[in-house]
Design a binder for this molecule. Structure first.
Ligand code: OGA
Ligand code: MN
Length: 287
C-alpha cells in the first residue's frame, strides 16, 4: 500500500505501523530541501524509516545524516571511525579500524539515554550484512504508552527515572564485548534523570521513555517497586503488536527516532561479517 497523507514523499508501510519504507530515492544524490522536508515529515509519521539499496561512503552517510541536525559521536571512542569521529562503527570485523563489536546492543534500549540530552535520531547503514539473522527489533513507545491503562498512566505521570551507562557497560566489559576501562573512565557515566513518559517535541505525543539497557531505577521508589514497574513497562512495550522486526539487507539505511522507540539487536552466525555505520543526530533534553 502506498500512502501519501500529508507527507510529500511516497512511503510504503511495512508490517507494523511503526515503520515505513521510502522508495525511489538515491541518497548519493544531493537532495533538495523539499525532499529532506518530505523525508523528515515521513520520519515523524513513521519513527522507523527504511531506505533500501544504498551504497554510502562514510562521507556520504554523514552528509546525509547531517541534513537532519547536528551530529555527535559516542563516549566509547573506540567504536568511532578513526577518520570520521562522528561515525559509529558496529563491525564484528573491526572494519575501518574501529574496535570489533558484534552489534549495537542485544537488550532493549534507546540510544544514549544515559546522557542529559540523548540523540533524537540514529541513522544506521548496513554496509555488510550476514545472510541471515542480526535483525534489529524496534518497539513503538507511543502506541505502548497509549495502550497503558489509566491507572498506570497516572502512576507514571510526573515520575522520573535514573539512567546510567555504567552498570550496563561494566557488564558488557566483563563479558569481553566492550573495551576495558579504568575506574576513572567508568566514573564519567554519572546518573541522569529523565521523565518516565516524555512528550515528543515535534508530534506532541507522549511515549514511554524507560529502557532495559540504561534505566537503573525509578527515582523515589523502593528497589522492588522500581524493578517491578520497569519490568512491567518493558514487557508491555515489547509485545508483538508494538514491534517491527527489521531484517537487514546489505545497503539498507534505517533511521529511527530515539524519542519514541526502543530497539534491540538479535543474534547471528558470527562467522559472517556484519558491519554497520551509524550517524547520530543530536536531540534535546527530554520533558
Ligand atoms: C544501534 C544499535 C542494533 C544492531 O546502532 O544503535 O543498537 O542491530 N544497533 O546492531
Ligand atoms: Mn542502539
Amino acid at each position: 500500500m502506498t500512502t501519501t497523507m500529508t507527507i510529500q514523499i511516497p512511503v510504503k508501510e511495512l508490517d507494523n505501523p511503526l515503520a515505513a519504507e521510502v522508495v525511489g530515492l538515491d541518497l548519493n544524490q544531493d537532495l533538495d530541501d523539499q525532499t529532506i522536508k518530505g523525508l523528515f515529515d515521513a520520519w515523524m509519521a513513521y519513527p522507523v524509516l527504511v531506505v533500501r539499496d544504498q551504497e554510502l561512503s562514510p562521507e556520504r552517510q554523514l552528509s546525509y545524516s547531517r541534513r537532519f541536525g547536528e551530529l555527535r559521536g559516542h563516549s566509547v571512542k573506540e567504536l568511532l571511525h578513526p577518520d570520521y569521529p562522528e561515525l559509529l562503527v558496529l563491525s564484528n570485523r573491526g572494519r575501518g579500524g574501529a574496535q570489533p563489536i558484534n552489534n549495537g546492543g542485544a537488550y532493549w534500549h534507546s540510544d544514549i539515554t544515559y546522557e542529559e540530552t540523548p540523540p533524537m535520531g540514529s541513522i544506521l547503514h548496513g554496509v555488510i550484512t550476514p545472510p541471515e539473522g542480526g535483525d534489529t527489533l524496534y518497539a513503538d513507545m507511543t502506541r505502548a504508552y497509549d495502550a497503558l491503562d489509566d491507572a498506570t498512566k497516572s502512576q507514571i505521570d510526573g515520575l522520573k527515572a535514573v539512567h546510567t551507562y555504567r552498570t550496563r557497560y561494566e557488564a558488557m566489559m566483563n563479558a569481553g564485548v566492550r573495551p576495558v576501562k579504568t575506574e576513572e573512565e567508568l566514573a564519567q557515566w554519572a546518573d541522569v534523570l529523565h521523565p518516565v513518559a516524555r512528550t515528543h517535541p515535534v508530534t506532541g505525543k507522549k511515549a514511554i521513555f524507560v529502557n532495559e539497557g540504561f534505566t537503573s531505577r525509578i527515582d523515589g521508589m523502593s528497589d522492588n517497586e522500581s524493578r517491578d514497574l520497569l519490568e512491567r513497562l518493558c514487557e508491555h512495550s515489547t509485545q508483538d503488536q508494538f514491534v517491527y522486526r527489521h531484517k537487514w539487507r546489505q545497503g539498507d539505511v534505517v533511521m529511527w527516532d530515539n524519542r519514541c522507540t526502543m530497539h534491540k539487536a538479535t543474534d547471528y552466525d558470527l562467522s559472517h561479517e556484519r558491519s554497520m555505520h551509524r550517524g547520530t543526530v543530536c536531540g534535546d533534553r527530554p520533558y
